[in-house]
Every structure is written in C-alpha cells, then in structure tokens.
Unconditional design. Structure first.
Length: 322
C-alpha cells in the first residue's frame, strides 16, 4: 500500500528578519537621498553676474519706480508722498482709459490678422511649389528692418503716394491719408505692424508644418479626404500648439507697441492712436513722472494677469496633448 504525500504547490513567502534594536542598516539597504547632487561652482560663476545685472538693471529700477508712483515727483528735484492719489486719478482720466482701450483692441485685431496671414503663407510655402526657398527668403526680409524705418516708409506711402494714386484714379476715399483720419488711423497701424511681424510668425508655423508626417496626408488622400478636410482634420490639430505660441508671443508684443506708432502717427490724430507705452513715455517727458509710474504699475499688473491666463492655457494645452 503506497502513501501519497500532498505538497502545497504555492511557495510560502519568506519573511524578512527584522533588524535587532540598536543595529544600523548596512549600505545596501540604506535609502539614497533622491535628487541630491553637488552643484559645480562653475554654475554659480555664470549665475551671479547675470543675477546682479538683472537686479541692478530691471528689478531695482522697478522697485524704485513703484515707490515713486506714490509721490508727486516730476522726475527730478523735491517730491513728497501723496498716497494713492495717482492711482485714483488714473481711473478718472479719459486719456488713460482710451489708451488702454486702443492698446487692447489693437493687440486683439493684430494678433488675429497676423496669425491668419502667416499661417496661410506657411501652408503655401511648405507645399510643393517652385522657388519656395527663394520665396521664404523674400518673405522674411521685413524681419531685418527696424520698426521705426518701416513706419517712416509706410507713412510716406500712406500720406503721399496712396492719396496721389487715389486722386489720379478719381477714388474719393483713397485720396486722403488714413493716418489723418481719426477713425481709420488704427487700420494703418495694424497694416504696418502686420507687415513687419508676419515673417517671424510664419517661420514658427513653417517649423510646425514640417514636423507633420507626410503619411498622414497620403492616407487621408487615399480615403478620399478633400484638401479642406485635410486642413481641418490634420493640419490645424497638429499645429495647434504653434498657434498657441504665436498667439501668446504676438499679444505680448503688441501690448508694448511703441516704435511703429511713433513713426506713423505719433499717437494722433489727437490721442486716437496713443498706446499705453506712448502715454507712459510722454508723461515722463511732460513732468508727470510719479503719475505715469502709477500707470506703469497698473499696466504691469494687467500684463501679469494676462500672462498668468496665457500660461494656464498653455498648461492645459500641454496636458491635453499628452
């Protein structure tokens, strides 16, 4: 008679022995400190000079200017603290409010115009056309020209050449300079600003378009997708991050518009095209130093709020893409 021994097929886990009290864990079981690395002193050698320059050139003047925003300083001589009077007067000044409305409206319109035209050009210059390399070179020429020079050239064209052409053709509305029209001068500023900033925006779009695999378009064409469907279903979703980048960079730059406006209209007619930056700088020269420093502080806060909102959009886009 045979005896059968049944064994447990599942092995029992081995229980690790606990270390005795007072004993120290050996080096193999000792946890390593995560993220602790010794910083090479060379990094500080490069960091501290840049930090000192940034502090002396940007941070310290900003703090001093913020202090002056609570004074009646004219930029030199004696001054005294006046509390929040400058800030209260800002919100009651129609010229300040109109400069904010003009700047925000100009930035919104220009960022839309520039992105639409730049994206269309980028799509055309990345397609299979002849001389596309030469055309790309031609379209980026405005990037190397100073904004004030561009403004003076277009001012001559819009104030002399275009009206002369309108008079020769007998077109009434074209016979006068739009820069002298209080209701149309902003269109000239948008036109010139777009002409000078489209190339940089276009290059960013080209960099995004060339990263799209060609197999996606080939597969869509085989499935019978039209050019419009390929644009809406493939191109736009694939470059949505680049659209967001161009929108953020463009809007930030247009909020600080100055040189092109100075060259075209100098804020006129009247104060119809005076931006926030122009208002601040003209106030510095006009003896309103403390008052315009308060204006600069308010503008800084608004810019920070817009930047925070844009960063939130960027973070949401990044997580969506992930």
């Amino acid at each position: 008679m045979s005896t059968t021994t049944h064994s447990d097929p599942s092995p029992r886990p081995r229980v690790a022995s606990r270390p005795q009290e007072g004993s120290r864990p050996d080096a193999a079981t000792r946890p390593r400190a995560a993220g602790r690395r010794r910083v090479d002193p060379t990094y500080y050698l490069f960091l501290f000079p840049a930090l000192i320059i940034f502090t002396l050139a940007i941070t310290l003047p900003a703090v001093i200017g913020f202090v002056y925003s609570f004074t009646n300083s004219v930029g030199f001589g004696d001054w005294e603290f006046i509390g929040l009077r400058n800030y209260i007067a800002l919100f009651q000044d129609p010229n300040i409010l109109s400069s904010y409305l003009f700047t925000l409206g100009f930035a919104l319109v220009t960022v839309v115009v520039v992105n639409v035209i730049a994206f269309a050009l980028a799509v055309g210059l990345t397609s299979r056309i002849r001389f596309r390399t030469a055309l790309r070179t031609i379209f980026v020429i405005p990037m190397v020209i100073s904004g004030i020079i561009i403004a003076f050239v277009f001012k001559f064209l819009l104030s002399n050449s275009v009206p002369a052409l309108g008079q020769a053709l007998g077109i009434g509305w074209l016979s006068e300079s739009i820069l002298a029209n209080e209701n149309l001068a902003w269109l000239g500023i948008v036109l010139v600003t777009a002409w000078s900033t489209i190339p940089g925006t276009m290059l960013i779009y080209i960099a995004g378009l060339v990263t799209i695999p060609g197999e996606l378009y080939e597969a869509a064409a085989i499935d019978g997708a039209s050019a419009r469907q390929r644009l809406l279903r493939i191109t736009l979703p694939m470059v949505s991050g680049f659209i967001l980048i161009n929108t953020i960079l463009g809007f930030k730059g247009y909020l600080n518009a100055y040189d092109i406006i100075v060259g075209l209209t100098d804020g006129g007619p009247g104060t119809a095209t005076r931006s926030i930056a122009m208002t601040i700088f003209k106030g510095f020269n006009g003896g309103d130093y403390g008052y315009q420093m308060a204006n600069a502080a308010v503008f800084f806060v608004i810019t920070v709020i817009i930047a925070a909102f844009q960063l939130r959009l960027t973070a949401g886009k990044a997580s969506f893409g992930a």
